[in-house]
Design a protein around this ligand. Structure first.
Ligand SMILES: NC(=O)C1=CN([C@@H]2O[C@H](COP(=O)(O)OP(=O)(O)OC[C@H]3O[C@@H](n4cnc5c(N)ncnc54)[C@H](O)[C@@H]3O)[C@@H](O)[C@H]2O)C=CC1
Ligand SMILES: O=C(O)C(=O)CO
Length: 323
């Protein structure tokens, strides 16, 4: 039996990788740098399946070079790198990995807030640097108990973050594209975007990146926040206007930022954000645990193999072509 041809733009965790290798003829990009566009185009010319990744742009032009493509899958819930309309136009289902990474990403996101509020990385550098001597200490942090957390983007991960924040005695307000009907269950009160910005002591961003959220946090928004505000972004870097964030942190418009995502990614070593004392940056590790990356890989392989077999994908974004 001839095997389906599959292009993988990165490795997936075992055993999902073995499952794909056993069932398909695979071209696998294993280098650290993103696959060059020309290489991807060359590989896609007779491919039936594509495992994409966040650093690969899938658009109309790329799809024109992939006439045999039946399915695209990606080990992530976010799909801002994928032109969904272009996939749908060609009848190509796109599969992502919602759900399986919710608790893990919520742990990291709330962990960033906790580390920021208690200045943990400064504390560690202080001790490591030999500055811990009597009479010397780092700047004091901020209690979370009793403070107001504003969640922008109250979806699956936002709700899981809110659950953690409630356990810490925080009051929760949120802003979402659509107001939720389960506010009593999630223990959060709806606010307009402007109300949330002015009221919250801590703000956590968990919206997808789309045309309407690109640059959602700019100069005007940082100016509305409390000067004592802690700002956490775990969504996508481009939801925040980076020069505006830099200015807000430099000029004391807000107190502190903790980021799991940046624009660009990775940040160049000489980026001015890296020189600030009031920032903590993680290298996009929201879902990066062995258990969760394995579950994401398994769902990605299941999406791919279902699409190749002409069956519905277990998790499909463009459901109108998922049959
Ligand atoms: N840092 C990391 O490693 C990870 C980051 N993410 C990011 O988090 C995002 C959210 O993931 P989930 O919670 O699973 O998705 P979700 O789809 O369950 O939640 C997103 C929420 O944002 C809301 N939203 C959309 N546009 C909005 C706007 N303009 N203003 C306010 N709210 C808006 C939606 O209504 C929805 O409730 C992903 O799209 C991804 O970009 C997800 C997983 C890991
Ligand atoms: O799933 C996503 O969207 C991520 O950012 C990585 O898990």
């Amino acid at each position: 039996m001839t095997k389906y041809k599959v292009v993988m733009t990165n490795r997936l965790m075992e055993p999902a990788l073995q499952n794909i290798l056993a069932n398909c003829e695979v071209k696998l990009w294993e280098k650290a740098e993103p696959i060059p566009r020309e290489q991807l185009i060359e590989w896609l010319k007779d491919a039936h399946g594509l495992i994409a990744s966040g650093n690969v742009r899938v658009d109309e032009e790329l799809l024109q070079h992939a006439p045999e493509l039946k399915v695209i899958a990606q080990a992530a819930v976010g799909y801002d790198n994928i032109d969904i309309a272009a996939c749908t136009k060609r009848g190509i289902p796109f599969g992502n990995t919602p759900g399986v990474l919710v608790e893990t990403t919520a742990e990291l996101t709330f962990g960033l807030l906790l580390c920021a509020a208690r200045r943990l990385h400064e504390a560690w550098n202080f001790v490591k640097g030999g500055h811990w001597v009597p009479g010397n200490n780092i700047s004091f942090g901020m209690d979370l108990t009793g403070k107001t957390l504003g969640v922008v983007g109250m979806g699956q991960i936002g709700v899981a973050v809110a659950r953690r924040a409630r356990a810490f005695g925080m009051n929760i307000i949120y802003h979402n594209r659509n107001r939720r009907s389960d506010e009593p269950q999630i223990g959060a009160v709806y606010r307009s975007f402007t109300e949330l910005l002015t009221e919250a002591d801590c703000i956590i961003v968990l919206t997808p990146l789309a045309a309407e959220t690109r640059g959602l946090f700019g100069r005007k928004e940082f100016a509305l926040m409390k000067k004592t505000a802690y700002f956490v972004n775990a969504s996508r870097g481009a939801v925040v206007d980076t020069p505006a964030l830099l200015e807000a942190l430099e000029t004391g418009k807000i107190a502190y930022a903790a980021l799991d995502v940046t624009d660009p990614e990775p940040l160049p070593g000489n980026h001015p954000l890296l020189k600030l004392p009031n920032i903590l940056i993680a290298p996009h590790i929201g879902s990066a645990t062995v258990e969760t990356r394995t579950a994401m890989a398994v769902l990605t392989a299941d999406n791919l193999l279902a699409g190749l077999a002409g069956k519905p994908l277990p998790a499909c974004v463009n459901r109108s072509v998922n049959y």
